[in-house]
Design a protein around this ligand. Structure first.
Ligand code: NAD
Length: 249
């Protein structure tokens, strides 16, 4: 018995990092079917092939809708749901970051952060929420960031987008709770993925010095939190923002 036994799950940003770790954890915990979504066929294809090789015989699908196109996202989710009959959980995890001071950041760069991180999450939540509303059950888990809670010193667009994801989560948790749909988010701190791979040693020491556990997190440590919020183990958790940051300050 696994905690994801019989669950049908759609996750964006499943090709690598936190999303891929979450997908693997869910497969180990018995998920019935899972769809990973990424930027392009070139990114999704190899990730999908690796997952299918590592978990033979399991229901693993892949897609690459433009996250900023509401109709494309809706179609991708609907295609998956039509095949497996329902949607138990949706995880809006895809995201991009930028580390640019306000002096150098262009309006277009700021908008891109909002478009992918916040509006992209909203489009997935909307597509999933409408299906779940008809079903009268479901769990939505968004990936925010500690910068959404505390701000980011070098990336106002990123921090603003993630603050929006937290407010989006709380708003939808209120609205959709009536339909037996829970909406929660995780707020990761510094996690070892491609997103943080370029951080130099000096900056990394400064980051780690500000974390009570004095280390970065592993993608699986966030994946476990996402999986908890997507599973029935969190059946009375709604509108929560779960920090997964080793207690960052
Ligand atoms: P990552 O760069 O390893 O993975 C990002 C994923 O998002 C990839 O699968 C990528 O294909 C997908 N993605 C990005 N833009 C996309 C687009 N336009 N369309 C479709 N897919 C797209 O990063 P990660 O660290 O695994 O990040 C996952 C989530 O966690 C993001 O929302 C990120 O903001 C958040 N987060 C990460 C950290 C960290 O320290 N790594 C900290 C806080 C929050």
């Amino acid at each position: 018995m696994g905690i994801m036994d019989g669950k049908v799950v759609f996750i964006t940003g499943g090709t690598r990092g936190i999303g891929n770790a979450t997908t693997r954890l869910m497969l180990k915990e018995g998920v019935e079917a899972i769809a990973i979504c990424g930027r392009s066929e070139d990114m999704v294809g190899p990730a999908l092939a690796k997952l299918r090789a590592d978990f033979p015989g399991r229901n693993i699908e892949g897609c690459w809708p433009l996250l900023t196109d509401a109709t494309a996202v809706e179609t991708a989710v609907k295609t998956f749901v039509d095949k497996y009959g329902r949607l138990d959980a949706a995880c809006a995890n895809a995201g991009i970051t930028q580390s640019t001071s306000i002096k150098r950041m262009t309006p277009a760069e700021f908008e891109e952060q909002i478009n992918i991180n916040l509006i992209g999450a909203f489009y997935l939540d909307r597509a999933a929420g409408l299906i779940m509303r008809n079903q009268k059950f479901g769990a939505i888990v968004n990936t925010a960031s500690m910068t959404g809670l505390y701000g980011s010193g070098m990336g106002a667009g990123y921090g603003a987008s993630k603050g929006g994801v937290i407010a989006l989560t709380k708003s939808l948790g209120r609205e959709l709770g009536f339909f037996n749909i829970r909406v929660n988010c995780v707020a990761p701190g510094s996690i070892k993925t491609d997103m943080t791979a370029g951080i130099n040693d000096v900056a990394m020491k400064a980051v780690n010095d500000g974390i009570a556990l004095h280390r970065m997190g592993e993608p699986e440590e966030v994946g476990n939190a996402i999986m908890f919020l997507a599973s029935d183990l969190s059946s009375y958790v709604n509108g929560a923002c779960l920090s997964v940051d080793g207690y960052a300050t």
